[in-house]
Ligand binder design. Structure first.
Ligand SMILES: Nc1ncnc2c1ncn2[C@@H]1O[C@H](COP(=O)(O)OP(=O)(O)OP(=O)(O)O)[C@@H](O)[C@H]1O
Length: 488
């Protein structure tokens, strides 16, 4: 059972606006009529409602040809709610909804017991019972829209047609009205056809879509099918907006030249801010920058530097002010895993923990029978060698050394881990490598060691693995100078 259009032509004074329309709207389903301005949605609905003659073709409701039906008979089978503002005069809501019973009340127009029950049901169905005795002229646009829908329901039609019913409603009322129509369709076994410009909402809730494209061709099907076929994009995309098929929403087009990877639960929301700021969201592979969500905010990673960003405003101004990066975020898949330990604290916090360092050195001395100075050198070698092996594990990629975590085991060995794989890539990673190792780690580590045990900093620098020392020496003449490391 359904509404069926075959070869329908609609228009004005013999001049067609749309021709050759074939479509079906099933009972129990919400069918949404979509199309750009001026394509003929109202003309089609008015023709289906019998308010203007069809120029050709047929319209059948449950097998009966509507075009041949007298007006009163048609009104018993279908109801229509148009956008035109009504001026109902001095009527209560109950009286206005009662008008919907007229196709059923015969000549007198007097409502019987059953009619009053239907009117009460219709008012209740649109959640307007509290408005029943109010003057219609005092209603808000949203309330009036619901009451007009109730009047249409009171007709007890098999087909309900609505032309842009949400045009005057705020966002929550639009959602509520659309939900109501969908529920009515399925609970009352109605065929509901509704035109709207609320594309995203319509595509979410419609059982079926009639889509009028810019050439006046009517496409029909489930919303997902039309989206997959590219018809939503083809009809509605503009220079500024495009339909994102996967998300089912319209998104701003951007002339993005840079890419940013966003990680964490807020990613989808933050990506919108990025698009607005002219960035494209990166999924896999290398990216120009990266934003990560942390327990208390975000981290911005760009150009070899990690910046704490406390809130979304900070993230937005950070992305807006990024210069062209020399160093890019590496493809996470290209970063060698670091899993000495499953958990731990940030490695950089170890350098402030003088007690832990003193204890580690003491244990190392005890285990190997060394003086405090030699124990400090041995412990340092072990840590720095591990750090360096992590740093150079993957060709052309430097892991996030500043985000390493550590655990200090009973044997005084520092076990390292990188909780989330990430790193940097560049044409030449050497400057970054030496900066991250020397500035982020060696310098604070050596300073801390000198504080807690009797060892000369010079000795510590001499004790750094040879291939790291070579890199530190290249290209500067003085070890560490090029990377801002003060060597005593
Ligand atoms: N009374 C009329 N006489 C002649 N042409 C009309 C009349 N009403 C509308 N049209 C024309 O018919 C075409 C379709 O108009 P219609 O109002 O059906 O489009 P629509 O898809 O409902 O537009 P919108 O989304 O802007 O409401 C338009 O070119 C319009 O100018």
């Amino acid at each position: 059972m359904s509404l069926r259009l075959r070869g329908l032509a609609v228009g004005y004074r013999g001049k067609p606006v749309l021709t050759g329309l074939d479509a079906e709207a099933r009972r129990g389903e919400l069918t949404v009529l979509l199309g750009p301005n001026g394509t003929g949605k109202s003309t089609l609905l008015r023709t289906l409602a019998g308010l203007q003659p069809a120029l050709g073709g047929t319209v059948h409701l449950d097998g009966t040809d509507l075009t041949g039906l007298p007006h009163a008979e048609r009104a018993r089978r279908m109801a229509v709610v148009l956008t035109d503002r009504v001026s109902p005069g001095q009527l209560t809501v109950r009286e206005l909804v009662g008008f919907g019973r007229h196709p059923h009340t015969g000549f007198s127009g007097a409502l019987g017991g059953h009619d009053h029950e239907v009117v009460a049901w219709a008012i209740d169905a649109v959640a307007a019972t509290h408005l029943a005795e109010r003057d219609v002229s005092e209603l808000s646009d949203g309330e009036l829209q619901r009451v007009l829908t109730a009047r249409a329901l009171a007709q007890e039609p098999g087909l309900l047609l609505l032309d842009e019913p949400s045009a005057f409603l705020d966002a929550p009322s639009r959602v509520a009205l659309t939900g109501l129509l969908r529920r009515l369709a399925s609970e009352r076994d109605l065929a509901v056809v509704v035109s709207t410009h609320e594309l995203e909402l319509a595509l979410r809730v419609a059982d079926a879509v009639w889509l009028l494209d810019r050439d006046g061709v009517l496409h029909t099907g489930p919303p997902e099918q039309l989206a997959l076929d590219g018809l939503i994009s083809a009809t509605f995309d503009t220079d500024e907006l495009r339909f994102d098929r996967d998300a089912g929403t319209f998104v701003l087009r951007s002339e993005a030249t840079r890419t940013c990877r966003v990680l964490g639960p807020d990613a989808a929301v933050l990506r919108r801010a990025l698009t607005r700021a002219g960035w494209a969201a990166a999924q896999d592979g290398a990216a120009d920058a990266e934003i990560r969500q942390t327990g208390d905010g975000y981290l911005g990673l760009a150009d070899g530097t990690t910046t704490a960003l406390p809130d979304v405003s900070a993230v937005i101004s950070w992305v807006r002010t990024r210069p062209e990066p020399a160093v890019r975020r590496a493809d996470p898949a290209a970063v060698a895993g670091v899993t000495d330990s499953g958990e731990g604290r940030p490695l950089r916090s170890l350098y402030a923990d003088h007690e832990a360092i003193a204890e580690a050195v003491r244990l190392t001395g005890q285990r190997h029978g060394l003086t405090a100075e030699r124990a400090a050198l041995r412990w340092q070698t072990s840590l720095v060698t591990r750090l360096w092996s992590i740093a150079v594990a993957a060709d052309g990629v430097v892991p996030d050394l500043d985000l390493l975590h550590y655990r200090l085991d009973d044997d005084a060995e520092v076990r390292l881990s990188l909780p989330e794989p990430g790193g940097w890539t560049a044409q030449d990673v050497t400057p970054l490598l030496t900066r991250l190792v020397a500035v982020e780690h060696l310098r604070p580590l050596h300073a801390a060691l000198c504080e807690v045990v009797p060892v000369a900093e010079e000795l510590l620098w001499d004790n750094v693995p040879a291939d790291l020392t070579d890199r530190l020496d290249v290209p500067g003449p003085e070890r560490g100078d090029r990377v801002g490391v003060h060597v005593p």
